[in-house]
Ligand binder design. Structure first.
Ligand SMILES: NC(=O)c1ccc[n+]([C@@H]2O[C@H](COP(=O)([O-])OP(=O)(O)OC[C@H]3O[C@@H](n4cnc5c(N)ncnc54)[C@H](O)[C@@H]3O)[C@@H](O)[C@H]2O)c1
Length: 278
């Protein structure tokens, strides 16, 4: 079989945790034309460990600028805080950037969109742990959307370390036997309080084009074994309900396994001559 051309497809990873490391391993296993050539993590040992695991032995970088010197594309899979500077710098270097921390894009939407336009370089926001965005994007083409809600339900351990937990909520996470709301409100408040749990809400907000309309609910359920996201949209097109039940990633219970596969599906789409879905 003819070897796929990897020209212009050297990929630099910013963040070598649950998403970054599995995406890198699976791209290599699939013999993708996207070849991981640079690894950067705030914990140097995470990048070193991943480099050892990969046959291609990507360069372990100590700064973002080192990453840019050996890649054509960037995959951000670090954190909401890390994502903006990484995306900003990638665009300025004319390196297309795939952002997993979509909340960071929402918080800096205007600035990042202007940079993308100025440097003629794309930003990609994968669907991540969520299904239904294709319908939402189609629905907004046809007249008005009247309401959008997303309810994210996870087992209590999925919320450990969330900065927005009150001390009462921390106790409830340990003791409650039934499901309870941790948050109900707009998407910006959700990002502030549960930055590692509500990227799906941010992605929904961006895809809808009506972030202010989105109502976000975050639920902890001691009986849940999966991370569930339910979106409900009503508008001139009719009604849409999409429920996704994801197995949590083994490496990081806040992250759903599907989010990792969504990044891989995006890279597959980018190297394919036929595109399915909108
Ligand atoms: N879009 C989605 O649907 C979706 C789904 C799950 C997770 N996410 C987001 O994707 C990101 C990665 O998720 P994950 O599960 O791999 O997280 P993780 O915690 O397993 O890994 C993140 C890695 O990034 C590193 N890191 C943190 N700050 C950094 C910085 N400033 N520079 C370089 N490296 C840094 C950490 O040391 C860690 O190794 C998170 O922001 C998460 O919230 C998005």
């Amino acid at each position: 079989m003819k070897k796929k051309s990897t020209t212009g497809r050297r990929l630099g990873l910013v963040g070598c945790g649950a998403i970054g490391s599995l995406v890198a391993e699976l791209l290599e296993k699939k013999k993708s034309s996207f070849k991981v050539t640079a690894l950067y993590d705030a914990r140097l040992e995470a990048a070193q460990l991943l480099s050892k695991k990969l046959k291609s032995k990507p360069k372990v970088c100590r700064s973002l600028s080192e990453v840019f010197s050996v890649c054509d594309w960037v995959l951000e899979a670090a954190s909401i805080k890390a994502a903006f500077p990484a995306a900003e710098a990638s665009l300025k270097k004319r390196k297309p950037v795939v952002m997993m921390s979509t909340g960071a894009f929402l918080l800096h939407q205007k600035q990042l969109s202007q940079l993308a336009k100025k440097y003629k370089t794309k930003i990609y926001l994968p669907s991540g742990a969520l299904c239904g965005l294709d319908g939402l994007k189609a629905a907004r083409q046809m007249g008005s959307i009247k309401s959008i809600t997303i309810t994210s339900t996870k087992p209590p351990r999925g919320f450990s370390g969330a900065p927005g937990l009150t001390s009462a909520q921390k106790k409830s996470l340990e003791k409650n036997k039934s499901a309870f709301y941790l948050y109900q409100g707009d998407v910006w408040g959700a990002i502030q309080r549960f930055p590692a749990n509500v990227n799906v809400a941010a992605t929904t907000a961006i895809a809808s084009g009506k972030p202010k309309m989105l109502k976000v609910r975050v639920v902890a359920d001691p009986k849940a074994t999966m991370n569930q996201h339910e979106i409900h949209v009503e508008g001139d097109f009719g009604e849409l309900t999409a429920i996704t039940r994801n197995r949590p990633s083994k490496m990081n219970p806040r992250t759903s396994a599907l989010a990792i596969q969504a990044a891989l599906a995006l890279f597959e789409r980018l190297e394919s001559y036929v595109e399915v879905g909108n």
